[in-house]
Design a protein around this ligand. Structure first.
Ligand SMILES: Nc1ncnc2c1ncn2[C@@H]1O[C@H](COP(=O)(O)OP(=O)(O)OP(=O)(O)O)[C@@H](O)[C@H]1O
Length: 339
């Protein structure tokens, strides 16, 4: 559906040349929620702006559906933007217009008749959960409500692609989750493809199907979200995953654990998918008659799976450990011996 092929973007300023996007190749499938994550300056905004022609690549191509965005005429691009719409971190609402009039604005520009506009606005207000707020001005709304207006406005011309530029970065965690839930709902109900950029791994974990990690203009890792969390390969991905899981405390307490259980081995058991809900550990503990201390654990949910790990201190000799590893592997539970 979306193909970014060998895209680069070079900004030349008076004293400087900056390679904001460096030889990026990405394929985004129809109907997926695709995330791009990176720290500040990684090139995310420049990349997402290439998808609606707000930036033109210095070289390479951006294709959405049948259209080569990177070589469209201005008038065709303006028409295409009705099908590739965008929401923003700071909402970009028109402050002198009411909720209803903000949502109606793109329809007015597209020349939709008044009656039809009113019908569409009513539908969208309901879809984004703003019934009763139609006549409010943006200044009378909370951040989450303002973003709902932004979403409704972006959906007014029935786009095929919705681009989200740090759409939840200005919101508190609870409101973030509500807006993320809304994005999933509209993707499901409206056959949308969503591309979002963020610096929060939580956002990727919560709603994305696949994601790309950017650093210095390059995509350094890409794949299904569960894979990025379970088996991050690049250092930047590992940092993002660690920040999200926040297992620093576990690492710090290993020394104490060794003092407390000098004869034990410390194991990290990794779970994914349906296995993370099954009582596998208690089954093998019973079977091998093991003495086991649970040190810490963490189970997280992605959009459609759970994954996580459990640190345990366990009195076990090498032979038993080998059979235990084999048995757990049959249940897709990984075992790593710490230290
Ligand atoms: N119009 C521009 N002119 C010159 N340099 C630019 C321009 N736009 C972006 N850059 C530079 O390109 C690099 C990538 O910027 P970009 O905004 O795409 O990164 P980002 O990952 O979105 O970061 P942030 O999250 O801070 O917005 C940065 O070094 C930035 O300073």
């Amino acid at each position: 559906m979306i193909d970014i092929r060998k895209a680069t973007k070079i900004f030349k300023t008076k004293n400087n040349t900056i390679q904001a996007v460096d030889d990026v190749n990405l394929h985004i499938r129809e109907g997926e929620i695709f995330g791009v994550i990176g720290y500040s300056g990684a090139g995310k905004s420049t990349l997402i702006r290439m998808l609606n022609g707000l930036e033109q690549p210095s070289s390479g191509e951006v294709v959405i559906g049948e259209d080569v965005i990177s070589s469209m005429t201005r008038s065709n691009l303006l028409r295409k933007r009705q099908k590739v719409s965008m929401i923003f971190q700071h909402f970009n609402l028109l402050w002198s217009r009411t909720v209803a009039d903000n949502i109606s604005f793109p329809l007015e520009i597209a020349g939709v008749p008044k009656k039809e506009r009113a019908r569409r606005v009513a539908e969208l207000v309901e879809l984004v959960g703003l019934t009763g707020r139609e006549d409010n001005y943006p200044s009378q709304l909370s951040g989450g409500q303002k973003q709902r207006v932004g979403i409704a406005r972006a959906l007014s011309n029935r786009p095929e692609v919705l681009l989200c530029d740090e759409a939840t970065s200005a919101l508190d965690p609870e409101t973030t989750d509500e807006v993320l839930d809304l994005l999933v709902k509209i993707r499901d109900e409206m056959d949308l493809t969503i591309v979002l950029i963020t610096h929060e791994m939580h956002v990727i974990r919560k709603i994305c199907d696949r994601a790309a990690v950017m650093e210095n203009g390059r995509v350094v890792e890409t794949g299904p979200v569960i894979k990025l969390f379970q088996n991050p390969e690049h250092g930047v991905t590992k940092r993002f995953v660690k920040d999200d899981i926040n297992d620093e405390e576990t690492a710090l307490s290993f020394e104490e654990v060794r003092e407390m259980f000098p004869t034990s081995k410390i194991l990290k058991l990794g779970f994914v998918g349906s296995q993370s809900k099954a009582p596998i550990v208690s089954q093998v503990v019973k079977k091998y008659n093991l003495d086991l201390n649970i040190l810490s654990g963490n189970i997280k949910r992605t959009n459609n799976e759970s994954y996580g790990h459990l640190y345990v201190a366990i009195d076990i000799d090498d032979a038993d450990l080998e059979s235990l590893e084999k048995e757990l592997a049959e249940h897709a539970v990984t075992v790593e011996v710490e230290g």
